[in-house]
Design a protein around this ligand. Sequence first.
Ligand SMILES: [Zn+2]
Length: 215
Amino acid sequence: MVTDRSRGCIALTFDDGPDPAGTPAVLDALRAAGVRATFFVIADRAQRHPQLARALADAGHEAGLHCYHHIDHRRVGATRFVEDLLAGLHVLRSLGFAVRRWRPPWGRAPAEAFTAARRHGLRPTGWSLDPQDWAGSSAGDMAGRIGGSLGAGDVVLLHDGVGPGARRDSAAETAALIPALATLAKARGWRLGPVSDRSEHAAMLRRRSEVTSPA
Ligand SMILES: [Zn+2]
């Protein structure tokens, strides 16, 4: 029996790139699996690696803003955090990205940043499943960790960038997780795609993935 839930889309999201240490492997795996995804881009890295930024756009992936620098608002304060957000947005739009979503570093931001983001047409976007790929687990372990709870409307948090605190030096296991999740989703009748492809019905099933209030 086909249920409403089975028609949903599961979103794969990749933070902290573009990064030569991870983005090419992730793009290759997405291409091989025939999957489009959402990348929450660090604008400073997009400036330093414009060819990788272009590659993800050329492949049809959705680009959202992560930040200009990967700062923590509890350390820098709201004013500088908002300046960073707006600087990052300016850079990505200057590079030609139609940016409509924003995920703050670590999913945390002051109220002023949520206000500024919405004023500039950005929808705050969180996640509902976190396999903690930065911690260096194997793709098999990560699939086992989230596979049982994976469902329509979920937003999976992954990283194509190797960021501060990562216990890995590449995104090889993240790339290897992509075909595993594609196989799992297909077997259950779900589709993998960018965040914005999720149906409203599926999104309603998993409200956790929308960041609705400041952390
Ligand atoms: Zn990040």
